[in-house]
Design a protein around this ligand. Sequence first.
Ligand code: ATP
Ligand code: MG
Length: 200
Amino acid sequence: MPAATGAVGVMGGTFDPIHLGHLVAASEVAHRFGLSEVCFVPTGQPWQKSDRKVSDAVHRHAMTLIATASDPRFTVSTVDIDRPGPTYTVDTLRDLRATVGPDRPLAFITGADALNQILTWRDHDEVLRLARLIGVSRPGHRLTPPPVDGASVSLIEIPALAISSSDIRARVADGRPIRYLVPDGVDHYIAKTGLYRDDV
Ligand code: ATP
Ligand code: MG
């Protein structure tokens, strides 16, 4: 197989579960920024979400593979799952830089809401050296530029998709449908494994 070339988008997330909002955002960013690949990176133990039980990484990884399988631009990396301890963006980017080699620019894709917290990220200066940042808008969040100078930060609007993993988990727990909010394979996987059914 020839070595891949071109810029790589990095889409980190809990993906508990992955849904069409994530896939539309990745596709739109790839198109707008000419990325040849978007790598989905399920988190290890997410420090922002320590208040809630996050599903086992095996399930989150499996659903991410199922959801991305049909798109040749989309890949999945386990760097965050394989690294012990909480996930920090700087570690994700260092590991991916080592994986893809020195020649491919990295673009870290994140919700514009999360991007506004950038000054609280561990080693945020190094994050900004390792990757350009692309903030995607979500319904209900305004696009305000993050408080960093001179960095390569872009903000783009994603077609309004009011889909969130939290809502999908609540729907499964209530017995409401999630069809057309997640890829069919992810819907089937959730039904088969009983994920989220007993969430309170
Ligand atoms: P939760 O409801 O549990 O917080 P989530 O739907 O926000 O889950 P995450 O795995 O936390 O999903 O999100 C991963 C990344 O995708 C984040 O940067 C998030 O802002 C972004 N994202 C999530 N949902 C959407 C959406 N509908 N449109 C665009 N971006 C989204
Ligand atoms: Mg979220």
